[in-house]
Design a protein around this ligand. Structure first.
Ligand SMILES: [Zn+2]
Length: 407
């Protein structure tokens, strides 16, 4: 210090500005081109924010805000207008964490703030997202996800409980008891037509998901589900059957997933959700070609009694499907079960529809001579119109079986 003081005293350095503290706002301003940059000339001095900690400077075409914990960042244009409308740094958004930044590849712009973000695109305008909804949007991939850009601020739902943002291709709904989940496409259209969260379904409990790896899609809600597939359309599911899988021998013609996806599609026509509850491998070689006798309801063999005794994890009104190599005599499956142990056997070479067909028997359905229907007695390999039909009387029987539970 002594040497510097001596130099200063001797006035050997003509310009003392080089030693003066430069405000971070000034540093940012000059990094962006200063008075000849796009921000243009300043319209205020550097001014303290109402919190007494941060500071800002306005310019002809924007502002720079500084806070010791965020640094100095510029805000301008319609994003700045949105931030202004919300209450600047005194709003829940707080101070900017970024300059206005181009979104990756989709023609939009955003600023992140301490308490959220504002996203803008030419066709959608500038809207804020924050909190759990923003976290979901981020997890899905921001504007590059199927949702696209926001179309609203976070908004209170008409029921006064939850919050939502609409986006170009969907919505994210949040409530304190359910969390934040996306809804989109035909399922969102159906939910919307019912009255959104004020409908009997309530709030979403999941994102939209593929049903057992198939082409069907489902979103679960507080009091039901909405299923969609190209062939079944949108279906409201208000009942559920629970199915436990016990594997003596894995299927070879159609995977478990394919069979469950097919069963869900046809059961969706009845408004029934199919829950694949648990899976257990059983080593029971002596039952792998299980004697089912005449496969007659109410008449079971000793082997069926032994096989159906395997009920780990199974609730009283749950159904069990036992996957075996074959039945003796040979069928695709057999739904005769011992009293109080509802379930069926399905052989490894069964068709895509056998699982739903056999459990249809367990739910009280009888054979029909019609290959357009799930309960065809002519062999489910011969079904001609996937998904096969369930008629209203059959649906009533299934829901009245005591094995289907309201959601
Ligand atoms: Zn049958």
């Amino acid at each position: 210090m002594a040497k510097i003081e001596k130099i200063l005293l001797n006035k050997e350095i003509p310009n003392l500005d080089a030693f003066r503290f430069q405000h971070p706002i000034t540093t940012k301003y000059w990094a962006l081109g200063g008075s000849s940059g796009w921000l243009g000339p300043n319209t205020t001095n550097i001014t303290s924010c109402p919190d007494g900690v941060g500071s800002y400077q306005h310019y002809a075409n924007g502002s720079i805000y500084y806070h010791p914990s965020t640094g100095a960042h510029e805000v301008h244009g319609l994003i700045r207008a949105r931030w202004t409308a919300l209450g600047w740094e005194q709003s829940f958004l707080g101070y900017p964490l970024t300059d206005e930044t181009a979104t990756p590849g989709s023609g939009g712009r955003y600023n992140h703030f301490q308490g959220g973000s504002i996203y803008w695109s030419p066709s959608t305008g500038a809207w804020e997202i924050h909190g759990a909804i923003r976290a979901k949007y981020s997890a899905l991939g921001w504007e590059q996800s199927f949702l696209g850009f926001p179309l609203t601020n976070e908004t209170t739902t008409p029921d006064g409980i939850g919050r939502y943002n609409h986006f170009q291709n969907g919505s994210i709904y949040w409530s304190p008891g359910t969390g934040a989940w996306e809804v989109h496409g035909a399922i969102r259209d159906k939910w919307s037509s019912l009255g959104w969260e004020r409908s009997a379904l309530g709030y979403p409990l999941t994102d939209e998901q593929a049903v057992y790896g198939g082409t069907g899609r489902i979103s679960h809600f507080q009091h039901g589900s909405i299923y969609w597939s190209a062939t079944a359309g949108s279906r409201i599911l208000k009942e559920r059957v629970k199915v436990h899988v016990k594997i003596l021998e894995a299927p070879v013609s159609f995977t478990h997933n394919e069979q469950f996806a097919a069963m869900q599609e046809v059961y969706a026509m009845a408004g029934i959700q199919v829950e694949w509850a648990t899976t257990e491998n059983l080593s029971l070689p002596s039952l792998n070609d299980v004697d089912v006798g005449g496969c007659t309801m109410g008449t079971v063999t000793a082997e069926q009694i032994t096989l159906f005794g395997n009920r780990n994890y199974v609730g009283a009104n749950d159904m069990v499907v036992y996957y075996v190599r074959s039945t003796v005599p040979g069928y695709n499956g057999c739904a005769a079960y011992p009293a109080g142990r509802p379930g069926a056997v399905v052989v490894r070479s069964a068709s895509r529809w056998t699982l739903g067909h056999e459990l249809g028997h367990v739910l009280g359905l009888q054979h029909v001579s019609d290959n357009n229907r799930l309960m065809t007695g002519l062999g489910t390999f011969n079904i001609t119109n996937p998904p096969p039909d369930l008629i209203p009387g059959e649906i009533s029987t299934m829901i009245g079986s005591g094995l289907s539970t309201p959601l």
